[in-house]
Design a protein around this ligand. Structure first.
Ligand code: PMP
Ligand code: GLN
Length: 383
């Protein structure tokens, strides 16, 4: 393994899911739903396979049906206009969009600002691109995490190439507000920065609203927006994602993507095109169901003695384990399966400033109600 990747090892998600399997624990670690997405969309995938749509190399930018559906979705939910022919790229999940974007847009030595705690692939992809990551830490205060705009401003240097944004934010569940996004946008315009924004949880917002930064003044021409079918339609295994932005930005990302996977798998693209056209009730129900699960798990964790940072979005809840007399999230998560048969993720892995993340642990609530009930029963045994 080369020096750029040596520090990354195995992702925490693989490690913790393996631990859940090995110990037969309830897996509230890796974020994925334990029920599959809509039957009719699964049928659409079967139909595409059977009818021979997408069984051979699809077009590099993605099948036209899906690009059109992505553009339609951006317009329907966010009022953003994107041209399906030149401003949409279909990728192998958001993960590939992130990797291709960083490989295409970052020069060796460029600085990339990312909100800390950050999703683990950001750090690895910045490193693969030869960039330098500059974390700006979200601070826990009064039951939520907050972005300090002065700290963000201070993090920008002459070497800053782009801000890698994530809202709704994994792992903290923070949804950036209109004021915060406006300030980030102003800063990007003032310092002539690109913004790559990971919005895979755009439909999982329980309080406030998801606002794409691409819609703010001066941002259309400097923003690459990343989305995914994994979270919105509960098909994390399909690995269908997308990037939207100006023709120049999308063409740059496509240049990298063509040598990573060349194209993304075909039949699922047709099915996701149908999914993106589902009636608004689908998206409302998804959000309402997850809100109830958030409330259930948050209340259960609080009863079990954790301090809970109730998320405004995503399907993760971050907790502080210090009220349980614990201080090290890593040790806590390693011991948790043995102690009570539950798996969680130590937030420290998402930090450069590890000490800031040490006592925090993330639980996923994208699970059936009965599973969450059982997890809460088990977690209450800790005290
Ligand atoms: N970004 C964030 C913030 C995530 O939590 C995830 C996890 N699924 C991804 C990107 C990756 O998405 P995908 O599964 O579509 O590659
Ligand atoms: N995004 C998911 C999470 O944060 C996991 C995806 C992965 O394992 N790469 O848990």
């Amino acid at each position: 393994l080369n020096r750029r990747l040596a520090e990354f090892g195995t992702t925490i998600f693989a490690e913790m899911s393996a631990l859940a399997t090995a110990t037969g624990s309830i897996n509230l670690g890796q974020g994925f739903p334990d029920t599959d997405g809509p039957e009719e969309i699964r049928e659409a995938a079967v139909r595409a396979l059977r009818d021979g749509r997408g069984n051979q190399y699809p077009p590099g930018p993605g099948v036209p049906e899906l690009r059109t559906a992505v553009a339609g979705h951006q317009s329907r939910f966010h009022g953003l206009t994107v041209d399906p022919d030149t401003e949409v790229l279909i990728t192998a999940g958001a993960t590939e969009a992130i990797a291709a974007a960083l490989l295409a847009l970052v020069e060796p030595g460029d600085e990339v600002i990312a909100l800390e705690p950050y999703y683990d692939s950001y750090a690895a992809c910045i490193a693969m691109a030869g960039g330098r990551r500059v974390p700006v830490t979200l601070h826990p205060r009064d039951g939520a995490y907050h972005l300090d705009l002065d700290e963000l401003r201070d993090a920008v240097t002459d070497r800053t190439r782009l801000i890698l944004l994530n809202t709704p934010h994994n792992p903290t569940g923070t949804v950036l507000t209109r004021q915060e996004l406006a300030a980030v946008a102003e800063l990007a315009v003032e310092r002539d920065l690109l913004v790559v924004t990971d919005e895979v949880y755009e439909h999982l917002v329980f309080e406030g609203e998801h606002l794409p930064i691409a819609g703010f003044p001066g941002m259309r021409e400097r923003t690459l927006t990343i989305g995914s079918a994994g979270k919105t339609f509960a098909f994390t295994g399909w690995k269908v994602g997308w990037a939207t932005g100006t023709p120049e930005l999308v063409a740059a990302v496509r240049s990298a993507k063509q040598f990573l996977t060349y194209v993304s798998a075909g039949p699922f693209q047709y099915a996701v095109a149908e999914a993106l056209r589902l009636p608004t009730e689908y998206f409302d129900e998804l959000r309402d169901e997850l809100r109830a699960k958030r409330d259930l798990l948050s209340a259960g964790l609080a009863d079990a003695g954790f301090t809970v940072y109730r998320p405004a979005g995503t399907y993760f809840v971050t907790t502080d384990i210090r009220p349980l007399g614990e201080s090290d999230g890593f040790a806590f998560c390693r011991a948790l399966p043995e102690r009570c048969g539950v798996v969680a993720i130590p937030n420290a892995v998402f930090y450069d400033h590890r000490e800031q993340g040490t006592p925090f642990v993330r639980f996923a609530f994208s699970k059936r109600k009965a599973v969450l009930d059982e997890a809460v029963t088990r977690l209450k045994r800790l005290t």
